[in-house]
Design a binder for this molecule. Structure first.
Ligand SMILES: *Cc1c(COP(=O)(O)O)cnc(C)c1O
Length: 432
């Protein structure tokens, strides 16, 4: 049985350890929620200050040219492209994940309508992130399509048939941490004549992604999770070059126009991915996002995403194994896949009866101890199949092995002492 000293030794031998210095982490906190809101990079405050005082304050409207604000979507997009297996000029930063999903799903629907009008089905997972399902629902209503939701990964192959227009999946499931085989599912969907839309919200900066290698059709992702862009950071959108110019996405705003400053009354889309920009870029937000993306790119000098992935898998496996070994007697079990290839950068735990309902309070008690994870509610009618989830994200840029040990020890103490039963841990805030 390993001891805390063994985990200290793992940290001492970790070649990525120095990357943590890029972040401003509060003392006494074990932050296992970078999958929901990444940590503040040290460079961000000064960069945002500079954008505000020098670029905006000093140059005023000239800064669109002098600071090249106009091309922030492409500049930061090219950096993110390096993390997801895309080429420069194929990816832009814009809007939110929800809005970008609207754009690419609408484009996929339009292509399907042109090429295969009999295909009117979009398939996704019932456990996909709700905003993805809501956006798909809306587009289905507009276009007379229907949305079919599967309850397990095993059901997907049977849906890849002559009715399928779009397979829309989040590569790493936000609830369970299950990681789909993007290359295999893309190939299978395309062999069935369908298009694929991949949400990389829990992938970009967390696991190696190879959009071009997988031959994906469309992808979107989030700026404020593993990319450390800050709350409400702009999101990103990628379209395979074979589709980019085939349809002007429905949010045809002036910043995606071929010549916005000619102010012509009719829309002419910019060539390439720029047409996926709608309105004026969020300059301060995109500048902060660039600092966040740079923290991930800093790993390129140490083996890049492959090295981050190796450490992430070691962290998540250690957490899962320790949680089972040290907290199993209190009913803790691991929901996330143990098979490395199928696991993202998070570990989800659940509690067995009689503590099935205690997850929320246990997470609150952990947060009070400085161990920040989060809670995702299950299906109250069938907690056995869809349990309440205690969710812990491991960002290898700033999480170390001894924190894994200490987090599990806190969990053990919370359960052993019963402190989670205190009333203060049992009232719900607006955000869980
Ligand atoms: C976090 C997340 C989002 C967030 O969407 P916003 O538009 O930024 O609110 C969307 N989809 C998935 C799968 C996510 O995990």
């Amino acid at each position: 049985m390993k001891t805390r000293d063994d985990y200290l030794a793992l940290d001492a031998a970790d070649p990525l350890r120095g990357l943590r210095e890029q972040f401003s982490l509060p003392a006494g906190v074990i932050y296992l929620d970078g999958n929901s809101l990444g940590v503040l990079p040290k460079a961000t405050a000064a960069r945002v200050q500079d954008v505000i005082t020098r670029e905006w304050g000093g140059d005023l409207i000239k800064a669109w040219n002098t600071a090249d604000w106009m091309h922030l979507p492409e500049r930061v997009g090219d950096k993110i492209a390096r993390l997801v297996g895309a080429a420069p000029g194929e990816l832009v930063v814009a809007d939110s994940t929800s809005l970008n999903l609207y754009k690419v799903l609408a484009a996929a629907i339009r292509i399907a309508q042109q090429d295969a009008p009999q295909r009117k089905l979009i398939v996704s997972e019932r456990s996909n992130f709700p905003t993805d399902l809501y956006i798909a629902e809306s587009l289905c209503q507009q276009h007379g399509f229907s949305l079919k939701l599967v309850d397990s990964v095993e059901e997907i192959p049977a849906t890849l048939n002559a009715e399928l227009a779009v397979l829309m999946l989040t590569e790493v499931n936000y609830r369970t941490g299950y990681k789909h085989d993007m290359a295999a599912l893309t190939a299978a969907a395309q062999a069935a004549g369908a298009l694929t839309v991949w949400d990389l919200a829990h992938s970009a900066g967390a696991v190696p992604v190879d959009l071009k290698g997988a031959n994906a059709d469309f992808a979107i992702g989030c700026g404020y999770k593993y990319l450390n862009g800050g709350p409400g950071a702009p999101a990103f959108v990628w379209v395979h070059p074979r589709h980019t110019d085939s349809f002007w996405q429905p949010l045809s705003g002036w910043m995606g126009h071929a010549a916005p400053f000619e102010f012509t009354p009719s829309y002419q889309p910019a060539p390439g991915i720029r047409r996926y920009v709608c309105g004026t870029p969020s300059v301060i937000g995109a500048s902060a996002l660039e600092c966040g993306v740079d923290t991930v790119l800093a790993a390129e000098a140490h083996g890049g995403m492959a090295a981050l992935r190796e450490k992430s898998l070691a962290l998540t496996e250690a957490f899962a194994a320790l949680a089972e070994a040290r907290c199993g007697e209190y009913g803790v079990y691991v929901v996330s896949p143990r098979e490395p290839a199928r696991r993202g950068s998070q570990v989800c735990l659940a509690l067995k009866s009689p503590l099935q309902e205690a997850g929320y309070a246990v997470v609150q008690a952990l947060i009070a101890r400085g161990v920040i994870g989060d809670f995702r509610a299950g299906d109250p009618a069938r907690l056995d199949q869809v349990p309440h989830i205690l969710r812990f994200g491991f960002t290898p840029l700033y999480i170390g092995f001894v924190e894994v040990w200490d987090a599990v020890e806190h969990l053990r103490q919370v359960l052993a002492s019963g402190e989670w039963q205190e009333p203060r841990f049992n009232t719900k805030g607006a955000v869980t």
